[in-house]
Design a protein around this ligand. Structure first.
Ligand code: FRU
Length: 909
């Protein structure tokens, strides 16, 4: 915007400069000329001479007004010029007296005024231009005298100009002054003319008629002289009268021509003074001093000099014409020059403008480029910042999510042992007179789970300490083989329990290292408990110790478990993280703490996975790498105490035998915590038949036994409880089974997710066993109610009135039965086959939904159909029996009577 202002300013300046130049040229003066009249050639010549002279001065502007021989008009025109404030005023008066005041007025107004030809009264003007009229009169008189015989009597007539004009009376004065001195010359008549030819005729005619013809006539100008000649000619006196005129104009009917044609004897030259007047004006404008009275020369032109004069005038005229022509050429050239000059200026201005605009455009391009660069830079910065923010946000989200997962997992980790502890305590409290073996079971459960809680809390405390960097190593000289062997021993019984082949191999039995025993105990314990967590029954866990070169020892823990995906290798050592394929409950801190502890020993831990997982821990021998710590040199005996009490309880659980009640309902418990599932089984066996699944075979088990109710955990190793529940509920064979979720996840989201998956109720850990029992009872009771509903409103199932999940199953079942009703041999096997499930599954499902066997159900359908046929048709009993699939009408009648208490015959009547 600023730049635009600059450009506008420059353009304005250029315009001003060019205007300034023009104004220098435009410094023009105006000369106002008031001409008495322009009817005659003398006046026309005066005007022409003025114009020619003025044209020599380009800065002169000559303005001519014609008064048309009207005195008043002439005064008004002078007034006009005064008002206009012309630079110089030139006036050729008609009469002397009337014009005088207005000329004085012009003088008073400070306008230099030049009087030309006729005079005014007084001398209040700047300059006068004109010939001496007295002298003209004298010259005319002298010419007469010199052209007459001396002493001979001469008679004259004088024809005067307008009396009120100065040339008339001055010429007369001069003429009379000379004539009066001649005794032989007599003026026989005077005619008062008005400068024009017409003013002569009449008076001269009558004068000539009344007197003897004169020898000479002196007319004050050539026009009146011509008039006199015409009168003389009419009187045939042209030969005897010689006529003298004034003006001596060049050109046709001018005085010179009249002399040449012998019309006039002579003419006294009376110059117009036009050129001189303009010259005077320019001198005035230039500030020069000028003469006040500028008298022009005069001469008598007669036969003797007329040719010379004519030649001279011709030449002058020629020159004048040349000048005029040149002037017009100059004018034209000047006009061309001016227009070209003007064009040039415009072009220069436009060029400068173009140049400036060009420069401005270049400047703008640069500026824009700079701005663009700056914007691009900013953009890049913003994008980088945005990416960083996005990355931070992502990291934050991930770390947030990771932390939330961590706390969820941790709470689950806390809840399960707590559940077991509280259940055990409850059980002890309810039954103080328990048998010793039960007592031992409950207390070992409490102790084992308290130990587990303690381990979790210790892990948390270790994490805290590691985070605050307040861990200090207490290195103790230790035989690594013995140290690990001790831990290995602790896990042996666990291996036995899970049928896992646990081995310890080493090429050397004495490997001395400096370690903080507490820390390394946790490291190796964690390695082994992880291996146990992920190794299935009948799997393998190998521990190997190997010396590598002089200064290193390598301990490997290899299991045959599910392994770890490669992309998770780094992640698993981060706090709160676990491998993507690991659904096992964990604090997520174990491996992090392990790595930190190993690294505090300047060791290394790495993981690889091929048919299971292998952790490799590399420790340095000697103590140089731990120079910063205090050492305990004594090789203290490795305490043979049990370092992981919670793994082993003294109590070996007894094999629980199933309930004796054959009709008891079956419960399937899907739970990966063996303690909890054992505890639940133990307690529920009193009322139910109980089956267990650790989650890995949940669906297979459910399909195999078709239990009456299912208890299912959510955090399970292979499939989550949500998935298991969903699959159970979407399978025709198991969809009817009430499913109770028993979980540590107490958030609403999980609850909703479970209900959406089809769960019938949701109980959170730690739970009250009585509540669990009650929930089971009510689930089964509800099933009972539904069963009653189905059995009693079975017909309505057809009408689409059921809003139950089993509706589809029942509809299909009913339609299949209806379709095959006529067939005598149609049995349960056929029906199960057509439904795509096993006979046992069909039996259990129908029994579960309706409380009757499927064969009874088919039979009931046959009889119900028969009942309606009896009511609505005229078919006889036998026909109806065949129609509903009975091979014998007698057996049909018996069945009908058993069901409805009346025979078909009685029923119809
Ligand atoms: C022209 C004229 C001349 C004469 C002069 C006197 O108008 O009549 O012929 O000499 O004026 O003012």
């Amino acid at each position: 915007m600023k730049n635009l202002y600059c450009i506008v300013l420059i353009i304005f300046s250029l315009a001003t400069i060019s205007c300034g130049l023009d104004r220098e040229q435009e410094d023009i003066y105006t000369i106002g000329f008031v001409q008495a009249m322009t009817t005659d050639n003398w006046r026309k010549e005066m005007n022409r001479a003025m114009k020619v002279e003025a044209s020599m001065h380009p800065n002169l502007n000559l303005e001519i007004k014609d008064a048309h021989n009207d005195v008043e008009r002439q005064i008004a025109q002078v007034e006009d010029f005064i008002e206009k404030r012309v630079d110089v005023l030139i006036v050729s008066p008609i009469q002397s007296v009337p014009i005088t005041p207005v000329i004085e007025k012009a003088m008073n107004a400070g306008i230099p005024t030049i009087v030309i030809d006729r005079k005014i009264e007084g001398s209040n003007y700047t300059a006068y231009v004109g010939a001496n009229n007295v002298e003209i009169g004298e010259n005319a008189a002298n010419y007469i005298i010199s052209n007459s015989t001396p002493g001979k009597e001469l008679k004259l007539i004088e024809i005067t100009g307008l009396q009120a004009s100065s040339p008339a009376y001055e010429r007369s004065r001069g003429f009379r002054k000379v004539i009066s001195k001649q005794e032989n010359i007599e003026v026989v008549g005077t005619i008062a003319g008005d400068w024009e030819k017409t003013s002569v005729n009449k008076d001269l005619q009558s004068l000539l008629d009344s007197i003897e013809a004169p020898d000479f006539i002196f007319a004050h100008n050539d026009r009146m002289a011509m008039g006199a000649w015409e009168v003389a000619r009419s009187e045939n006196l042209t030969d005897s009268i010689q006529i003298i005129g004034v003006d001596g104009l060049f050109g046709p009917s001018g005085g010179i021509q009249l002399v040449k044609e012998n019309i006039l004897a002579a003419t006294v030259l009376y110059p117009t003074g036009g050129a001189e007047a303009i010259k005077l004006a320019t001198q005035l404008l230039a500030g020069d001093n000028i003469e006040k009275n500028n008298i022009l020369n005069t001469v008598v032109i007669d036969k003797v000099n007329v040719d010379i004069m004519q030649n001279q005038f011709n030449k002058m005229n020629q020159q004048q014409n040349d000048i005029e022509q040149q002037q017009s050429v100059i004018k034209e050239q000047l006009a061309t020059y001016n227009s070209q000059n003007y064009l040039l200026k415009i072009m220069v201005v436009l060029f400068i403008l173009l140049l400036l605009l060009g420069l401005w455009a270049v400047y703008l391009v640069f500026k824009l480029k700079k701005r663009k660069r700056r914007l691009e830079l900013n953009n890049r910065k913003i994008i980088t910042q945005r990416n960083q923010i996005e990355k931070f946000a992502e990291q934050l989200e991930v770390s947030n999510e990771v932390k939330i997962n961590f706390f969820t997992a941790l709470s689950h980790e806390f809840k399960t042992p707590l559940t077991l502890i509280t259940s055990a305590i409850e059980s002890l409290g309810q039954n103080p007179n328990k048998q010793l073996k039960d007592f031992a079971y409950e207390t070992s459960l409490i102790s084992k789970n308290s130990g587990r809680l303690l381990r979790l809390i210790n892990e948390l405390l270790d994490f805290r300490k590691l985070e605050s960097g307040s861990f200090r190593l207490k290195p103790l000289k230790t035989n690594l083989y013995e140290f690990i062997e001790n831990i290995y021993e602790d896990f042996k019984s666990e291996a036995l329990k899970k049928s896992i082949d646990l081995k310890l191999e080493s090429n050397i039995k004495e490997v001395m290292v400096y370690i903080d025993r507490d820390m390394m105990d946790k490291v190796f314990f964690n390695m082994l408990s992880n291996a146990f967590k992920f190794t299935p029954k009948n799997g393998q866990i190998n521990i190997s110790i190997e010396e590598i070169g002089e200064d290193k020892v390598e301990v490997r823990f290899k299991d045959s478990g599910i392994g770890i995906p490669k992309e998770d290798f780094n992640k698993i050592f981060d706090p709160f993280r676990q491998a993507g394929n690991n659904a096992k409950p964990s604090s997520g801190l174990g491996l992090y703490i392990t790595r930190q502890f190993v690294e505090l020993h300047k060791g290394k831990i790495s993981v690889s996975s091929h048919q299971g997982t292998e952790f490799k821990i590399e420790l340095l021998k000697g103590k140089d790498h731990l120079a910063a710590y205090e050492f305990v040199e004594d090789t203290l005996e490795i305490e043979k105490e049990v370092s992981a009490k919670e793994l082993e309880s003294n109590y070996i659980p007894e094999e629980l035998s199933q309930s004796i009640d054959e009709n008891a309902e079956t419960i399937l418990i899907i739970e990966d915590n063996t303690d909890l599932s054992y505890l639940l089984k133990k307690k529920l066996l009193v009322d139910y038949k109980v089956e267990l699944s650790d989650g890995t075979d949940a669906l297979e088990k459910a399909l195999e036994i078709i239990p009456d109710v299912i208890i299912c955990d959510l955090n399970l190793p292979e499939k989550s409880g949500f998935e298991i529940c969903k699959e159970l509920k979407s399978d025709l064979r198991t969809s009817h089974i009430p499913t109770l979720i028993l979980t540590a996840l107490s958030d609403e989201e999980s609850r909703l997710k479970a209900l959406k998956a089809g769960a019938d109720s949701y109980i959170t850990k730690p739970f009250n066993f009585e509540i669990l029992k009650e929930s089971l009872r009510s689930a089964l009771f509800n099933r009972e109610k539904l069963r009653y509903y189905y059995t009693n409103k079975i017909d309505q199932v057809k009408d689409n009135k059921f809003e139950d999940s089993e509706q589809a199953f029942l509809k299909e079942l009913n339609s299949l039965i209806e379709k095959n009703l006529k067939q005598t041999g149609f049995n349960v096997e056929d029906l199960a086959h057509q439904l795509g499930i096993s006979r046992v599954q069909l039996y259990r499902k129908v029994k579960a939904i309706m409380g009757i066997s499927i064969s009874d159900y088919i039979n009931a359908q046959r009889l119900s159909k028969a009942k309606s046929l009896l009511q609505e048709t005229n078919l006889n009993i036998s026909e109806i029996a065949y129609e509903v699939g009975y091979a014998s009408p007698g057996y049909f009648s018996t069945s009908f009577k058993n069901k409805y208490g009346t025979s078909p015959k009685q029923f119809r009547s």
